[in-house]
Design a protein around this ligand. Sequence first.
Ligand code: SF4
Length: 230
Amino acid sequence: MTIDGFQPMTLLDWPNKVGCTVFLKGCNFRCPFCHNAPLVEWEGKQPAPALALEKFQDFLTRRQGLLDGVCVSGGEPLLQPHLPQLLETIKTLGFLVKVDTNGSFPQRLQELWKLGLVDYVAMDIKNSPARYGETAGVPGLDLAPIRESVSWLLEGQVDYEFRTTVVRQFHDAASFDAIGPWIAGAKRYYLQTYTARDTVLRPGLTPWDQEAMEGFAAQMRPYVGHVEVR
Ligand code: SF4
């Protein structure tokens, strides 16, 4: 197994933790605002591995006591058949594991948690149910697995956050009118301001300004313990 993208240190992705991030290729969604187009649309053009597993193990061994954990991101990491082995490697070396997911695979996520391989989950809430498929780039998307992931995380067995990348072309006040009641009782919710990059799937999208983002955050505060724009 290889690591398809690697960030040796991240402070922002995990509350009060210092970690590194690994990116694994492949995703079942095609969010137009996705920043990781080379990892998502890799079929037929195998991306060069960023790091072999052995080198990643060496890296972690040298960071014991310096980093708290590893953020496993993508793409959608739960698509990877070898994910359990990767997480076991990370846990064996004494690091916490954060999994970033789009919520499509609730059973796989729960199985990994039951094995003691997941300490924190960051799940995307792409949009209101009414605009979910459009925002995920999958028209007609079946929301049942997404709803199941949300319900399981709300039970609070594993520490978690929900987050939405907010894009002017997809999100407005009506989005948060619907998302708020859906995730009511959640611990943490982050609104991420969209930033245009060269690697985005669909160029030409634009962010909301800070004032609008704070307005959306205010809509969410009656429903969620901690709401933040980042
Ligand atoms: S933003 Fe996440 S869920 Fe959407 S296409 Fe990119 S990797 Fe997949």
